[in-house]
Design a binder for this molecule. Structure first.
Ligand SMILES: [Zn+2]
Length: 58
């Protein structure tokens, strides 16, 4: 069985991916707090998710 661990492209910390992870799922790196997007499966490939401004000016 392959371990569902991937390396963060930003800080190279290990990121745990759920075995039920789906394409485009967002996971947060515990090391750098960046959001990582699952861009490919089998093998799983992570990429930095584009930053989303959550300030809607409310
Ligand atoms: Zn990281």
């Amino acid at each position: 069985m392959t371990t569902p661990m991937q390396t963060c492209p930003e800080c190279e910390d290990e990121v745990r991916i759920s075995q039920a992870a789906r394409l485009n799922e967002i996971v947060e790196c515990a090391g750098c707090r960046n959001e990582l997007e699952v861009v490919a499966l089998n093998p799983t490939v992570l990429a930095l998710a584009p930053e989303v401004e959550e300030d809607w000016g409310e």
